[in-house]
Design a protein around this ligand. Structure first.
Ligand code: THU
Length: 160
């Protein structure tokens, strides 16, 4: 038996001021998207903003449903929208922010497993890494240089 060690490198930014300007602007778009969330059940609003290679920005927010599993996270809403509106256009960066209506979210909220899987599909297909920046309502921002850093041992089309 051999052991396999998997490492991920993330970067931590203390505040929005530390981010490159292009990214802080993208995060502002995520804040605006977050305010459009439809999340009456969790009262946990999430926004995602994707910067595409053609300089367009596509945003999404979580959309809940009385039949809970029918709802969709902000990240998948944004990625599916980008994939639908701009098929084949590479995605460069995504900024994600979450805000609860019940308490201040001061720690970075990382994308759920299902969203990581969906983001991985686009990253693999475009053969170029997608940078991810994610945060709560306030506080530190985490950066991953690739979806692979959040989802090691990905299952993708190459496994089929
Ligand atoms: N949510 C997202 O939009 N993105 C995530 O990565 C985590 C969770 C949403 C789903 C649901 O509407 C609410 O947050 C609470 O889970």
């Amino acid at each position: 038996m051999k052991s396999l060690k998997i490492t991920s490198h993330l970067e931590v930014y203390d505040s929005l001021d530390e981010l490159p300007r292009e990214v802080s602007v993208l995060m502002q778009e995520a804040f605006e998207a977050r305010d459009n969330a439809y999340a009456p059940y969790s009262e946990f609003n999430v926004g995602a903003a994707i910067l595409l290679e053609n300089d367009e920005v596509v945003t999404g927010s979580n959309q809940e449903n009385a039949s809970y599993p029918s709802g969709l996270c902000a990240e998948r809403t944004a990625f599916f929208y980008a994939g639908s509106k701009y098929p084949g256009v590479k995605m460069k960066k995504v900024a994600i922010s979450a805000k609860s209506l019940k308490h201040i979210v001061a720690a970075p909220i990382s994308p759920c497993g299902a969203c990581r899987q969906v983001m991985a599909e686009y990253e693999v297909n475009q053969d170029a890494a997608i940078e991810l920046y994610f945060m709560g309502e306030t506080g530190k921002i985490l950066k991953a240089k690739s979806v692979r850093d959040l989802l090691p041992l990905i299952f993708d089309r190459n496994s089929l």
